[in-house]
Write a protein that binds this ligand. Structure first.
Ligand SMILES: Nc1ncnc2c1ncn2[C@@H]1O[C@H](COP(=O)(O)OP(=O)(O)OP(=O)(O)O)[C@@H](O)[C@H]1O
Ligand SMILES: [Mg+2]
Length: 244
């Protein structure tokens, strides 16, 4: 049964889409079968894989359809794109029964077909993110040094734990992932402060600033991960995830 991983942080630009994208690239290299779910109306993850907007998108998945045709972007990777309609989706879903569990129920239909299901989220903390949390086995929270905001990260973990306590009670596995995207030397002290304040778990793997020529960070079509250099930090991230 496939494991569901959400990349979540309400901080804009903390690397959610970057990490989701390159994690998927590395997983495909490791011959893992992956379903990518784009929950961010900005649609950037889908664009990174050269996918255009289609009628079968996450808005329809959440509001309407029983079954969605996935977009094949690689022999081992399929995608359900986002779309602008996701912007109003949270308001629309308020009238739905069991509205927090819609994504979990949808994903359960796909779980057996994939090794991993990766969900990229928007920078909100609303109903769509709550849906992603409930659907997930592992929640990765990227932490960047340039936003040295310990209190904010602490509050985010607190909010995630509240969702767990109130709605799922499954002890969500939440891990910070150090993303030193600006090669900032203060990252070590940020990590220590976070450890002292709220005692979260950290992924052992840490991401350094990565050279844009070696990672997927702009729309590419057609997508060919084998043209990119092997990124060791994403390789170790996949290995670590496989042991969790
Ligand atoms: N480790 C890294 N090395 C180099 N560049 C990085 C790294 N992490 C993120 N970036 C870059 O930082 C920028 C912001 O990252 P990204 O778009 O993934 O953030 P996000 O959290 O998804 O933002 P949003 O909240 O808008 O969805 C992108 O240009 C991305 O390529
Ligand atoms: Mg993003």
């Amino acid at each position: 049964m496939g494991k569901v991983i959400s990349i979540i942080n309400n901080q804009l630009g903390s690397g959610k889409t970057f990490i989701s994208t390159n994690l998927v690239v590395q997983m495909s290299r490791s011959l893992l079968k992956v379903l990518v779910i784009d929950m961010d109306p900005q649609n950037e993850l889908s664009q990174n894989f050269g996918a255009r907007e289609t009628d079968d998108n996450m808005y329809l998945a959440l509001t309407d359809k029983e079954h969605i045709e996935t977009v094949k972007i690689h022999p081992a990777v399929e995608l359900i794109p986002a779309c602008l309609d996701l912007i109003g989706c949270e308001i629309e879903l308020v009238t739905y029964p069991n509205r927090e569990y819609i994504l979990a129920e949808f994903i359960n239909k796909y779980r057996d077909d994939y090794d991993y299901i990766i969900i990229d989220n928007s920078s909100g903390t609303g109903l769509l993110v709550v849906n992603a949390l409930i659907a997930s086995d592992l929640v990765i929270v990227p932490v960047v040094a340039e936003i040295n905001d310990i209190e904010r990260n602490k509050k985010l973990v607190h909010a995630i734990n509240k969702v767990d306590e109130l709605l799922v009670s499954k002890k969500l596995n939440v891990r910070f992932l150090i993303n030193n995207k600006s090669a900032d030397s203060t990252i070590g002290s940020l990590k220590n402060s976070l450890k002292n304040l709220c005692n979260p778990k950290f992924m052992k793997t840490e991401l350094p600033h990565l050279n844009k020529s070696n990672v997927v960070s702009t729309p590419e079509s057609p997508w060919n991960p084998y043209e990119l250099e092997n990124i060791n930090s994403f390789k170790s991230l996949v290995t670590e995830i496989q042991t969790i």
